[in-house]
Design a protein around this ligand. Structure first.
Ligand SMILES: [Zn+2]
Length: 248
């Protein structure tokens, strides 16, 4: 299994988990042409696409996905919010928090997130080749703990001191301070959420959705690496990582 990051910011999010035979896409916030290219133009192998919530940077290209006969999965609340934007006759299918859904050989258990939208989901994803992957973005809090993790994609959006400096300097409007605090994952909170889980089986921690102005990629990587003792990667566009359960 391989992870490909096609975008991980407010400009657009899309992640692909794929092997030779099948693929699971998470988020459709990146131009569909880039997605097809990353799949080596083999759309047949796509088992499905998960959308965490309706914000444009996660859902903008949903029509391209649906019109290419890719099955898109969301929460009921996200689905309702997206329906006015859907142009064709195909609609997303519904996932339910805490209930496992099989999509190809992937098994997905969604869970609730805390964000300023209808009904955001994070995903606990299992595949025999990959083991268990946690995907959590656009949340200010992670309410659950997760067993048996092998890989983690987690939002590490901003650090409080950097954000405060930007607000004090007038680079960020004070109004945005509250919005950020009530919708995105702060560095210390991200670190504590990671440390609350058993990380003994974890091979990769990927920090996703870093803010352009309120984050520091090098510090974040180093700090989380020091705290967890695990390899940490920053989800830059084009990043590819081996996501097998074991390295061999
Ligand atoms: Zn969002």
């Amino acid at each position: 299994m391989e992870l490909t990051v096609l975008g991980s910011s407010s400009a657009g999010n899309c992640y692909i988990l794929q092997n030779e035979h099948e693929a699971l896409i998470i988020e459709c916030g990146v131009n569909f042409k880039e997605v097809t290219k990353a799949l080596n133009f083999n759309l047949k192998k796509v088992a499905g696409c998960l959308i965490s919530h309706e914000h444009g940077d996660h859902s903008k290209y949903i029509n391209d996905f649906l019109n290419s006969a890719i099955t898109v999965w969301t929460s009921s609340g996200t689905n309702k919010a997206l329906i006015p934007k859907i142009k064709g006759f195909r609609l997303p299918l519904l996932l339910e928090a805490g209930i496992m859904t099989r999509i190809g050989n992937f098994k997905i258990i969604p869970f609730h997130m805390k964000h300023d939208c209808a009904e955001p989901y994070g995903f606990y994803i299992n595949h025999p080749e990959m083991g268990n992957t946690l995907f959590a973005t656009d949340t200010y809090y992670l309410p659950n703990k997760f067993a048996g993790l092998n890989h983690i994609l987690i939002e590490c959006n901003y650090r409080m001191d950097i954000l405060m400096k930007n607000v004090e300097a007038g680079r960020i409007p004070a109004l945005l301070l509250k919005r950020t605090q009530e919708s995105h994952f702060e560095y210390e909170n991200c670190k504590n959420a990671l440390l609350a889980n058993d990380l003994s089986g974890v091979r990769n921690i990927v920090l996703i959705h870093l803010s352009d102005s309120n984050s520091h990629a090098i510090d974040f990587k180093q700090g989380i690496e020091n705290a967890t003792g695990k390899p940490v990667h920053i989800a830059e566009k084009g990043l590819k990582l081996n996501f097998n359960k074991t390295p061999f």
